[in-house]
Design a protein around this ligand. Sequence first.
Ligand code: PMP
Length: 294
Amino acid sequence: MLSKPFDDRDGLIWVDGKQVQWRQAKVHVLSHALHYASSVFEGVRVYGGKIFKLREHSERLRKSAEILGFEIPSSAQAIDDACNEIIKANGIVDGYVRPIAWRGSEMMGVSAQKNTIHLAIATWPWPSYFSPEAKIKGIRLKTSEWRRPSPQTAPVFSKAAGLYMICTLSKHAAEKEGFDDALMLDWQGNVAEATGANIFMVFGDGRLHTPKPECFLDGITRRTVIELARNRSIEVVERVIKPAELKSATEVFLTGTAAEVTPVGVIDDLTFSPSEITLNLLDDYEKLVGKKSA
Ligand code: PMP
């Protein structure tokens, strides 16, 4: 059963400095962002009333906009304050926060030099990105036909809406065949990431391996998990990983704000079982964010 559509809910959304009734938080159809993908966003989580790594997300939002050539008219501090204000206004204690910035309607062509920059922040309860059952067994990934573009082809370090076009296509193709998500290779054919999360692998040498973030987001969760691994004296190797190497991986997991630490059980016809390193890091992450007591 589908939950209520996102434009038909109760609550308040922060739009350009004001709290607006949820159903009234609208954009005009002639908005540059809608036609030319000139928008950037964040995905942030609230645990126990506290927004995890909020400043890093607010700074990344500003950076994503800068990469697309526009400036968000709010400082990182002001974005932090607005996020905190809107979670309180909606009584969100455990949930998700979605800040989004976009080019408005003054110019309606490829060029958008004079468009007003808007900023909105919505928040809602959101327990788990993947189903809890899938999360325990490990999710199933199917390799996508689409590849992460080269940094010369797209603004790959911006969390920009346009980059998700191939993510939706990849995820739909995977779901159509009964998988939970897609594994995306990069433009050179190396392992890159999933459609909304970074990927890690263990190969039996006790070290943790992950692709270098050279054409995709260096996720805030990715960096957090690298730190957690180092705290456990697990060596982390950031390197080029060929898809052919996956058959010798013993553990695979994803990381992301929404995905948190999610074990992977299947990639195409390969199977993996979440084991010590994955489960320890999952546990460390849940303790760090405050989902579990330390
Ligand atoms: N890659 C993509 C494509 C994503 O959408 C996300 C989620 N923002 C990530 C990686 C992980 O980033 P983070 O850990 O900062 O949420």
